[in-house]
Design a binder for this molecule. Sequence first.
Ligand SMILES: NC(=O)c1ccc[n+]([C@@H]2O[C@H](COP(=O)([O-])OP(=O)(O)OC[C@H]3O[C@@H](n4cnc5c(N)ncnc54)[C@H](O)[C@@H]3O)[C@@H](O)[C@H]2O)c1
Length: 306
Amino acid sequence: MAYEDSCAAYRLFADFVGNRITPLDLRSMTKRLHFDLSGKVAVISGAAQGLGRATAMAVAQYGADVALIDRNVSGAEATAAAISAMGRKCLVAGTDVSSPAEIASLFEQVDGELGRVDFLGNIAGDGFLSAPEDLSIEDLHRVLQNLVVGRFAMCQQAGRRMLAQGSGSIMNIGSIASSTALGRGHIAYSMAMGAVVQMTRELSTEWSHRGVRVNCVTPAQVVNPSLEARMRDDPTLEGRFLKGIPAGSLGQPEDIQGLAVMLASDSSRWITGAIIPMDGGNTAMNAGGTPGHERRAVQTFRAETK
Ligand SMILES: NC(=O)c1ccc[n+]([C@@H]2O[C@H](COP(=O)([O-])OP(=O)(O)OC[C@H]3O[C@@H](n4cnc5c(N)ncnc54)[C@H](O)[C@@H]3O)[C@@H](O)[C@H]2O)c1
């Protein structure tokens, strides 16, 4: 031990003995936050692009081996190439995450090739727009199958394995549409995303005392190819989105990375059942709000009497 280190250690001990710092302080001063995911296995759906790819890259960077799931197999393979270059093991599967049967065989493949499941990033999903009065019941079933039944089947397969090993973390992706109406034809999508939030709360309540945490991230508009196409079709759309985002810019897929690593790691040991906005402040501001201060003179809102 260097001379300076021994002096620092002595001063620390003296302070501790003198009761100037508590055992809790000492632990916080010496223990590093633990974001290391080495030895863990993550299953990430939607891994070909967007939030899924960004999540997969982040957990791999922190040490996890990753199962990359996407019906766009060549896109998932491109993600796998980048992750293999970091020295991690990868599995690529073209599973349709709206099919519980395909999901069951996916997890058998994960058992065989990666051996365990510590983190599920339940991310893949499609949007669907229709006026409520025109929505066919078949299309409604398809959206619910994709976003509710599919997300549940992924949770169930991952959850069984996590419960058996006594640990694990699930990150479901919902939306601001999980808790607020969007209009613009989002009826089926909103109904489904509302269910994803309640599924998260129920699973957390049932599983967290057995070591399995379940949380839900609810993004506002994050740039992806389908959003870009919609903004090209309607030049007023981006401005309308930005009016609802106090942070002043649309999200980028990478904005989920810190949250994903934290939720996958043991540093979020006591975070479960949480609905976590990733939305530039959209949820905090009610729909009638205006971003920023209007620079008017101070006004009181005291009720006036005649
Ligand atoms: N981007 C946003 O603004 C936003 C906002 C809130 C919620 N979300 C939700 O987050 C999730 C990911 O969004 P994104 O922006 O990364 O989307 P994205 O369109 O960029 O990527 C989605 C990926 O999921 C895959 N996929 C879709 N359905 C699948 C299926 N049934 N089986 C297998 N793969 C499938 C696609 O091939 C694609 O690679 C979606 O569920 C979306 O609804 C997105």
